[in-house]
Design a protein around this ligand. Structure first.
Ligand code: T1G
Length: 705
């Protein structure tokens, strides 16, 4: 942190300008609140100052409290900055650009007027890190925009665009992007003499809304019940807004302070803070040359118009990037385009997309039938059938037609990228960019570094993911890369426990209670058991040691392919997606176990949970050991954004720390004795266990750990 003051106070034309300058996002770190309060004092004491402006330096207004300070002891403040702003004798105008989030928006709400540039975003996203707006936001926002709209904003934590904030009344005026400071000073002069000052805390007119609809709080609680399961913060947010309606302002503030204190050091908040910083860390590749300037990808192409290819093309169009979709078969291309069209139409029907936006995105997708037509694209992603010879044939063609600086990327989910790159004369331009299903929805973008991938290509692929709104994570080239490889043992244990006597409904109950929206067997039924059946058949043909899974094989061979056939691990009533336990499956499981000579037994819920997650923790340690991952928190980001791991638990490795590396190692070692080599403990897990270290803090030695 630079020694320059984090808050500056300058007087310009009779207006006191308070500038917060605490890069990178002007968070309310040490000295910022104090600096703001001292500046307001100076302004009020200076007869030459008629009004004040609060503004952020650099790319943003204030992005909230400094999250790194949470959980740390701090002296009880003698004065509170948002009250000092509120009670200022002279008017204060908040001038917003970039982000006004959390404590940042609360300082703006405590000011008397708010201006914003068109590109600004405002919000109270505290619930996303397991807390609530603790700077008066839950008491002031309902007074300004009404309790319903305020509750929606606070419980969702969403970032609201300036135009919508203006419509709602959060922002008084939208001003020109290029001259925010000037516009704010002019505005401050125009209102300097106006009295009384419009203090948000004094407003009550919008609170009447709740009198007309007293059931709104209970209705909100009901509406979030499914997604806020096991979490406290969303409910405390609702309670605070309710207090704004039922209590005088100061008492409402006390309720807010009390409930905030309850949440700040909760396990939920700590885990969500961990996830916040892990999602920032995952973007960084430690040994990348500092002066690396990855080329900007402005145009893309996708080879293969199947389900994956179509979703990938949508991910580019959704980010406003023109994309060419290539498929040699006219029929497949048309079917692919129709699928894209239908996907967008569903979003329009749901109201999450306007018809105009749909048309704009479709216009960005150009179907082509020849390789020559994609040669000028900055990046091409291959998404054809998951077979090596097929992929190699595509890369031979790409090597012929693509411009020299183009990124040659493959969406393979497991194949060896070195073998794919080897058929080109430019393996340094080849990398993996592994999407998750559905590609236009899932945020995870696994970037696979092959042995000849150039650092620039790697950096450009990581940046490409971020530019299209994905979370890019690094993985080394190995079977299943980071995400699928770390998840595979979970899948194996899932099936082995069934052979040993557990039932799908027990395993699913355990994982739903753990926090997953749906259990793994119900998920398999949704994606279709025949997909993984075909993969198993292919892999068994290529590798005699490949572990067969007789029970799911038997289900598919009995025509039980999942939801689409009305039966899989569960049975389904026609037109109903609710999984119903089926005694026929229990009978089939016992039959196969008997044939295999496997003695069946009962399982405790805890054993089910530990078998699934310890297996993946052990494998993740092996991946880190081999240098195929940079840090353990990357594993967690991939599980949060690739496999729906419950966010309020932080991630797989972070959850492992709630058990402890030593207990996990001891259990893995015991299962190794009992079940054999697939439970062979990772040496790194053993090392961390011996020093009682934290799994979530592991950094791979290959990356300086
Ligand atoms: N505190 C500390 N560091 C922060 C920070 C924060 N609030 N926000 C960002 N950073 C760091 C981040 O770790 C990264 O660091 C760098 O800034 C750039 O961030 C009392 C209790 C503003 C939308 O929840 O959502 O106020 O990795 O990569 O993609 O009621 O950052 O470079 O070292 O994310 O352009 C409420 C959190 C706090 C907003 C910008 N505020 N931040 O996104 O950049 S609680 C938030 C964001 C609160 C009060 C309460 C995003 C962003 P590094 P970035 P970005």
């Amino acid at each position: 942190m630079s020694e320059a003051p984090v808050v500056r106070f300058e007087v310009e034309d009779g207006i006191g300008v308070i500038t917060v300058d605490n890069p990178p996002v002007n968070a309310l770190g040490p000295g910022v609140r104090e600096g703001i309060m001292e500046s307001v004092d100076k302004g009020n004491a200076d007869p030459g100052v008629k009004a004040m402006v609060l503004i952020g330096a650099g790319r943003s207004f204030i992005a909230g409290a400094d999250i790194r300070q949470f959980g740390k002891p701090r002296p009880a403040p003698t004065r509170v900055s948002h009250t000092v702003l509120d009670e200022s004798a002279k008017p204060i105008v908040a001038a917003i650009h970039g982000f006004a989030l959390g404590g940042g928006l609360e300082h703006a709400l405590s000011s008397h007027y708010r201006l914003a540039v068109p590109g600004a975003k405002v919000g109270l996203p505290e619930v996303l890190i397991g807390v609530l707006p603790g700077g008066g936001g839950t008491q002031r926002l309902p007074r300004l925009i009404g309790p319903k709209a305020a509750m929606e904003m606070i419980v969702s934590g969403r970032h609201m665009p300036a135009a919508e904030a203006k419509t709602l009344g959060i922002v008084d005026e939208i001003v020109d992007e290029k001259d925010l400071r000037g516009a704010a000073i002019r505005y401050a002069k125009s209102i300097a003499a106006k009295r009384p000052l419009p203090r948000v805390r004094d407003r009550t007119d919008r609170l009447a809304e709740a009198k007309a609809d007293p059931g709104m709080f209970e209705a909100m609680r009901k509406s979030i019940a499914r997604r806020a399961r096991n979490q406290k913060a969303p409910y405390h947010c609702i309670a605070c807004v309710e207090a704004a309606v039922t209590l005088p302002f100061e008492e409402g503030l006390q309720t807010e302070r009390r409930l905030f204190a309850e949440l700040e050091n909760s396990d939920e908040a700590k885990a969500l803070r961990y996830a916040f910083f892990a999602e920032r860390e995952v973007a960084k590749i430690p040994d990348a040359p500092k002066d690396l300037k990855p080329p900007q990808v402005k145009t893309a192409a996708v080879v293969g118009a199947g389900t994956m290819g179509g979703g990938i093309a949508m991910s580019f169009a959704d980010a406003g990037m023109p994309v060419k979709l290539l498929d040699a078969s006219k029929e497949v291309l048309e079917r692919g385009l129709q699928r894209i069209h239908d996907n967008y139409a569903v979003s329009v029907k749901r109201g999450s997309l306007s018809q105009e936006e749909m048309d704009k995105r479709l216009a960005l997708i150009t179907p082509v039938e020849t390789y020559e037509e994609i040669g000028d694209s900055d990046a091409v992603i291959e998404a054809v059938f998951e077979q090596m010879p097929v992929k190699q044939e595509v890369f031979r063609k790409l090597d012929e037609v693509m411009k020299p600086e183009a990124l040659l990327l493959t969406n393979t989910s497991a194949l060896d990228i070195d073998q794919i790159a080897a058929v080109t004369k430019r393996p340094e331009m080849v990398a993996g960019t592994h999407y998750f299903v559905p590609a236009n929805v899932m945020k995870l973008f696994e970037v696979v570094n092959a042995s000849k991938t150039a650092p620039t290509t790697l950096a450009a692929a990581m940046k490409l993911g971020r530019d299209i709104g994905k979370i890019s994570g690094y993985a080394g080239n190995c079977d299943g890369f980071l995400a699928n490889r770390s998840r595979a043992p979970f899948g194996v244990e899932q099936n082995l426990m069934i052979e040993e006597g557990a039932l799908p409904e027990q395993v699913d109950k355990v994982m739903v209670e753990f926090g997953y929206p749906v259990g793994p067997f119900a998920v398999s039924d949704m994606s279709g058991l025949d997909i993984s059946y075909d993969t198993r058949k292919r892999r068994a043909a290529a590798d005699p040691n490949f572990r067969k899974l007789p029970i799911p094989d038997r289900l598919v061979e009995a025509g039980r392919k999942g939801l689409k056939t009305g039966a899989g691990w569960y049975r389904y009533e026609p037109g109903n997606r609710t999984p119903i336990p089926d005694p026929e499956v229990a009978r089939l499981i016992q039959e196969v176990a008997a044939e295999q000579g496997i003695k069946q037994r009962t399982f405790s819920d805890e054993e089910v949970l530990h078998r699934l997650l310890f297996a993946s923790i052990n494998e993740s340690c092996k991946i880190l050991e081999e240098g195929k991952a940079i840090r353990a928190s990357d594993v967690d980001v991939m599980w949060l954004h690739g496999f729906g791991f419950p966010r309020w638990r932080g991630g797989l490795m972070y959850w492992g720390d709630t058990i402890g590396a030593r207990e996990i190692y001891n259990q893995v070692a015991a299962w190794h004795q009992q079940y054999g080599r697939h439970w062979k403990p990772s040496a790194l897990l053993r090392e961390v266990a011996e020093r009682d270290g934290k799994l979530s803090e592991i950094k791979s030695k290959a990356f300086g750990g």
